[in-house]
Structure formats: C-alpha cells, structure tokens
Design a protein around this ligand. Structure first.
Ligand code: SF4
Length: 323
C-alpha cells in the first residue's frame, strides 16, 4: 500500500468549489447532498478540498496524508522477477481490510489467484482468512491481531485461550472447572456474529482466583467470542505466528516494500499528477506497468534481484555463535 498526495491545481470546478467550501463550514452539507441521507459513509464527511472532492485525509498509525491510497499485489517466486499482478486505488479513508476480498475477487476473475497470499496485518483477520479460503481457495498468510485482553497483556490471569469451549453443547468451562450458564448469540456494532458466554454469579463470586479472571467487583465472567470457525482460526493463527517457520515464510512479504520504494523514488508514486480517483488510478496502473517493464528488462539482462537491505541498527543485533 502506498499513498498519493493530491495536487492543488490553479482551477477547479464550480461544483467542487461549492461542495468543498460548504463542507468546510458544515460537514452535514455532504450528507444532504449525497442523495442517500441514510447511508452516508463517514469518509464522505471528510471532504476538505475545493479542488478534488474525491481526495481525503488518510491516517495510518502516526502517519497522515491527503489524497489516495494504492494497493499493489505482486508475485514473489524465487529466481523470477517479482511482477505486479494487481493494482487498486481507493480514497485515503478506506481501510486495508476493506480491500482484501476485493483484491482476491479481481485476481480470481483474471485467473491470477495465488495459492498463498502474504499480507500485512492490516489486511488480515479471521474472517478474511476464512472468506479467502472458501471463496477463492487462497491461503492468507499474515499476522492476525494479538490478544489484547488485559489478562493476556499482563502475562497472567485467564484470557480467552484459558477456557475450553464445547461448541456442540454451547457451553464453556473455565480453568476452575466451572461451566458457563448462559450462551447468547448476537451481533457486534458492525453486524458481525458474536456470542456472549456467561458464567454463574455464585461460582464467580465465591471463586478463590477471581482477581485473575475479572476486574468486575460483582458481575460474573462473561466471554465474548466470534463464530466457531473464526474463533478456531484466530487461536491457531496466533499460535502459528509465534513460530520460526511462520516468520521465515512471512519474510517474503518484505519484497512489496521494495516495490513501494521503487514506485515512490523512481516513478513519483507519492504524488498524483491528476485530479480525481479515476485518473489517479490510471496513473497507478501505468506506474505498475513501468515497474514490471523495468524488472523484466533487468531479468532479461541477467541482473540479480537485490536482497532486502539490513539496516545498520538491525545489523547490531546479537548473533548466535555456533559452539
Ligand atoms: S471467576 Fe468465574 S469464570 Fe473465572 S475462574 Fe472463577 S469461577 Fe471460573
């Protein structure tokens, strides 16, 4: 994923001017002007430029930019040039996660589906892993989110993985051997299926290790889990990503960072030359085509692909010396 900043040309359309300045003054103007007041995405309210009303502010961790976002997919076979197989440009507010299935769909339609797709954490969660498998037969390789429960962060206490869940009986058993008393299917705020599993009030109130399990003063422990398939994928992925085998396999993904760097440094990817999403998308496709031609040329000339550089800081890491 790379970012393109929108240019600020001398002229702009009257309509974009009007919408831009009105939105600056009152963000609800966009809502009224959309023609679909009930379904205005939050990103539509981030209009900030009178010149390009499709360019928005994007934020990722501590990095912010204004304009668009481009996602590249490329091959990573050893001994062959890494060629870009898909390019998609979105406005800067769309998340990486929103693109995972769209990218797989596009690759599938063109007969370019990989058997494995190495993706960074922003594109991966249990739902994406399952959908990629069932819809496109693509195995997603990428880190899922860590367990952020306070029990897991503290390294002590009973996080979700400490409980046994019997999906057939719709019951969970806690580390103290107590069985849950209530199993309530529902949905989260995004409409995603979720199950609340509640333990007995008396069991938890009299529990000798209560402080390891819940911070509530009086309420019993309640687990929140996703569907069985997502729960199991998430748990096994969290274990797998701790292994050296996963790290070695996932290391291949770093090649895409070189692609972004090549696009930015050699081909001006960071700045769009045009106004609007469609023209910026075209620029990104042409940039990808240029990268492919440069790489094919280097391959035919017999030039070796450069290995990922080890930073000076990383080089200071202690090395294990064989006995
Ligand atoms: S607090 Fe409740 S759920 Fe937690 S270990 Fe004790 S009895 Fe089990």
């Amino acid at each position: 994923m790379a970012h393109s900043r929108g240019q600020r040309p001398a002229g702009s359309s009257d309509e974009a001017d009007r919408r831009g300045w009105l939105a600056l003054a009152d963000p609800t103007v966009e809502r009224a002007g959309s023609g679909d007041g009930a379904h205005v995405a939050k990103r539509d309210l981030t209009l900030r430029s009178p010149y390009d009303h499709q360019a928005h502010y994007g934020h990722k961790r501590d990095f912010s930019w204004y304009g668009y976002k481009v996602h590249f997919s490329e091959t990573c076979d050893e001994d062959f040039p890494h060629l870009i197989t898909h390019v998609v440009t979105t406005d800067a507010t769309q998340t990486d996660m929103e693109q995972t299935q769209a990218i797989h769909q596009a690759l599938d339609q063109r007969g370019l589906s990989p058997s494995e797709h190495l993706l960074d954490a922003g594109y991966v969660d249990a739902e994406q892993v399952l959908q990629s498998r069932s819809r496109h037969e693509i195995e997603v390789i990428g880190p899922v989110s860590q367990n952020y429960q306070w029990q897991a962060k503290a390294g002590e206490g009973y996080d979700l993985a400490s409980f046994h869940i019997d999906w057939d009986k719709q019951q969970a058993t806690c580390p103290q051997g107590k069985e849950s008393v209530k199993w309530t299917p529902g949905t989260d705020q995004y409409g995603h299926p979720k199950i609340a599993i509640r333990f007995g009030l008396h069991d938890c109130r009299d529990c000798p290790v209560r402080s390891l399990c819940t911070r509530s003063v009086t309420a019993p422990r309640i687990l929140a889990v996703r569907t069985q398939a997502e729960f199991e994928v998430l748990q096994s992925a969290r274990q797998l990503q701790q292994t050296e085998a996963f790290q070695a396999r996932y290391a291949q993904r770093s090649g895409i960072e070189g692609t972004h760097a090549q696009g930015v440094r050699a081909l001006g990817l960071r700045r769009t030359r045009y106004i609007g999403l469609r023209k910026t998308s075209l620029q990104h496709v042409l940039t990808a085509a240029a990268i492919n031609l440069i790489r094919l040329d280097a391959f035919l000339e017999g030039k070796q692909t450069a290995k990922t550089r080890t930073s000076r800081f990383a080089a200071l890491a202690p090395v294990e010396i064989a006995a």
